[in-house]
Ligand binder design. Structure first.
Ligand code: C2E
Ligand code: CA
Ligand code: CA
Ligand code: CA
Length: 275
């Protein structure tokens, strides 16, 4: 900054330019990180609410940064989406999951998060199916989680992609349900198989018991439409019990296990598989 004639401080506003440079740098670093497989899949258990059987794992990206340690998606997903790196990142994660899965039971399913950008890519579905085939992964073991915001932009392309995945046996889940713009018409048009109840609803159930009715309403909607329901953010036995009573079929949350690296997954498999 320098002094103007009137004695005020005038900034040179280098901020914008710096910010652009910083973003370009982060994009380049992210690209590198993907190429070096520093972006790795962490896994979080998806369990049957009745009985607790492990049926699947949600794949959650982590950046194993050589200097900064393990970074959560909040540190890099937005930039990956805005720069288009999210597509090679997804490919890399899918390939790593196929490799990890070789060591686990063949009925274990994998849930992947898809960015809105990916849904707008007309070749997305084909690409996923091809990678799965190359990795020896039956597409019927894949679940794709999309958010409501990911769909509203271009319903046509999103719908074609999802229809193609579904035709190959991939399960479609609507993530963070209840927090965005999903309509009944959208559920109908996209033929989703499952709703994931956003964890904010589960959290508010604990602080405000009346809020339980919102969770009950979502589960009732899903059940009426013949869809499965996954409750996320289950942090204690009480939450597991409550959503199970209301008719949700699957659960996910710290009570069942935190997102963890591949080596931890063996600890979650049923004891007879370890013998
Ligand atoms: P999400 O898809 O809603 O994933 C669930 C998030 O909730 C995860 O955060 C998980 O660690 C957290 N979580 C799970 N159980 C509990 C619980 O009991 N309590 C609390 N407080 N939190 C819980 P995470 O791993 O930080 O991921 C954040 C978001 O980043 C994800 O939200 C998803 O939208 C996005 N994301 C993660 N991996 C990928 C990816 O590979 N691709 C894309 N496009 N997005 C991803
Ligand atoms: Ca998700
Ligand atoms: Ca979610
Ligand atoms: Ca989310």
């Amino acid at each position: 900054a320098k002094r103007t004639g009137k004695g005020q401080v005038r900034s040179f506003r280098p901020a914008l330019e710096d910010e652009q440079k910083e973003r370009a740098l982060l994009t380049a670093r992210l690209r590198d990180a993907v190429a070096r497989e520093e972006i790795v899949p962490f896994y979080q258990p998806l369990r049957e609410l009745r009985g607790g059987r492990l049926v699947g794992l949600e794949v959650l990206a982590r950046w194993q940064h050589p200097q900064r340690g393990t970074l959560p998606p909040s540190e890099f997903i937005t930039q990956a989406e805005e720069s288009g790196v999210v597509t090679p990142m997804f490919r890399s994660l899918l390939c790593q999951v196929c490799r990890d899965a070789v060591h686990w039971p063949t009925d274990l399913r994998f849930a992947f998060n898809l960015s809105p950008q990916q849904l707008q890519d007309p070749t997305m579905a084909q690409e996923i199916l091809l990678l799965a085939q190359e990795g020896g992964m039956d597409p019927r073991r894949l679940e794709i989680e999309v958010t409501e915001t990911g769909i509203v932009r271009d319903v046509g392309t999103a719908r074609r992609n999802l229809a193609e995945l579904k035709a190959a046996g991939v399960t479609l889940a609507l993530d963070d349900f209840g927090t965005g713009y999903a309509s009944i018409a959208m559920l109908k048009a996209l033929r989703v198989d499952r709703l994931k109840i956003d964890r904010s609803f589960i959290a508010s159930m604990r602080s405000t018991p009346e809020d339980t009715r919102y969770v009950a309403a979502i589960i009732a909607l899903a059940t009426t439409l013949g869809l499965g329901t996954t409750a996320e953010g289950l942090e204690d036995e009480a939450a597991i019990h409550a959503v199970g009573q209301m008719g949700a079929d699957l659960g996910q949350g710290y009570a069942y296990g935190r997102p963890s690296p591949a080596v931890t997954v063996v600890d979650w498999l049923s004891p007879h598989l370890l013998l």
